[in-house]
Write a protein that binds this ligand. Structure first.
Ligand SMILES: Nc1ncnc2c1ncn2[C@@H]1O[C@H](COP(=O)(O)OP(=O)(O)OP(=O)(O)O)[C@@H](O)[C@H]1O
Ligand SMILES: [Mg+2]
Length: 277
């Protein structure tokens, strides 16, 4: 589910002031950092490798997710999220990887103007690229994103984001409007699953039937599952299925990452679903 109520806090203290009244009326609240400390970003390929910090005085960004069965609000202290710059990621670091994923495009205030250049550079170095726009707290949904997509392999908006970015009325119309001859776009539809377009044909993957506890982070888990399959060159319907399975599993535990499956949990879930259907 997409947040309809997104607030930005200027400091961690302000963030706590914003969320404390909610705590006092008894709602359940989950804390997650939307960005790990930059000093600790690492990869499977070379776990020791870390992205150099440009300014060690920067604080890690934090998002508080206030989730109920009816709606959800996210309050973010941007911290280092807003300070990352395209040039903070030199070719030497990119070369260590196969794929580059950028999320929360509209929160990445310094990265955003250089994101197209970063993706073009990554592409020249042999990496594939993907982008999850996330919600735009300013709600202006500026068109620079469409230019960034010209250098992007995979685009993962949810329905609200896709409609706002393309000014479309339906997910299908948004897929047609965003088509640029290069980017494969998947629109995530929450409990309705997801939809993509291949050679003008719509492909719909229904959501797997689960009883969600908290949908925070389902979109990011979907991205991870889709990428896991896509990087292994599985067919598009399988990529959508892997994404939907990870999205569904992520809703079963509170918080953004608690329900993310590992590879064996994902395979067990998919084979159980196959037997049932
Ligand atoms: N209630 C649900 N039941 C089953 N699957 C779900 C449910 N909600 C989400 N999913 C799965 O997860 C995918 C991504 O969820 P969603 O559409 O909410 O993304 P999102 O809005 O980007 O999420 P977020 O930004 O909160 O991480 C959906 O396409 C669907 O496959
Ligand atoms: Mg999302």
């Amino acid at each position: 589910m997409a947040p309809r109520n997104v607030t930005r806090a200027r400091s961690f203290e302000e963030l706590m002031e914003t969320v404390t009244p909610v705590l006092s009326v008894g709602s359940r609240i989950t804390f997650e950092t939307s960005n790990p400390p930059l000093s600790r970003i690492s990869t499977q390929k070379s776990p020791q490798r870390s992205v150099p910090i440009r300014d060690p005085t920067l604080k890690t960004g934090v998002t508080v997710s206030i989730s109920s069965s009816k709606d959800r609000a996210l309050v973010t202290f941007l911290g280092a999220i807003a300070d990352l710059h395209e040039q903070d990621i030199p070719d030497g670091v990119l070369k260590e990887f196969d794929h580059l994923h950028v999320s929360s495009y509209f929160l990445q205030q310094r990265l955003r103007p250089g994101c197209r250049k970063l993706f073009a550079r990554a592409g020249r170095l042999g990496l594939t690229t993907s982008l999850d726009p996330g919600y735009d707290p300013s709600e202006s949904w500026e068109k620079d994103l469409l230019q960034t997509l010209e250098e992007t392999d995979l685009f993962f908006p949810n329905e609200i984001e896709a409609l706002a970015i393309t000014r479309a009325q339906t997910p299908e119309q948004s897929l047609r409007l965003v088509a640029n001859g290069r980017t494969l776009t998947v629109v995530k539809l929450g409990s309705q699953g997801c939809v993509a377009m291949r050679e003008g044909q719509l492909l719909h993957q229904p959501a797997f039937p689960v009883e969600p506890v908290d949908t925070t982070g389902a979109g990011d888990s979907f991205n991870a599952g889709f990428l896991h399959a896509w990087l292994r060159r599985l067919d598009l319907p399988d990529c959508l299925r892997f994404g939907a399975a990870c999205g569904a599993l992520s809703t079963l535990k509170p918080g953004g990452t608690g329900g993310q499956p590992d590879e064996s949990e994902l395979e067990a879930f998919l084979s159980k679903i196959q037997i049932v259907s």
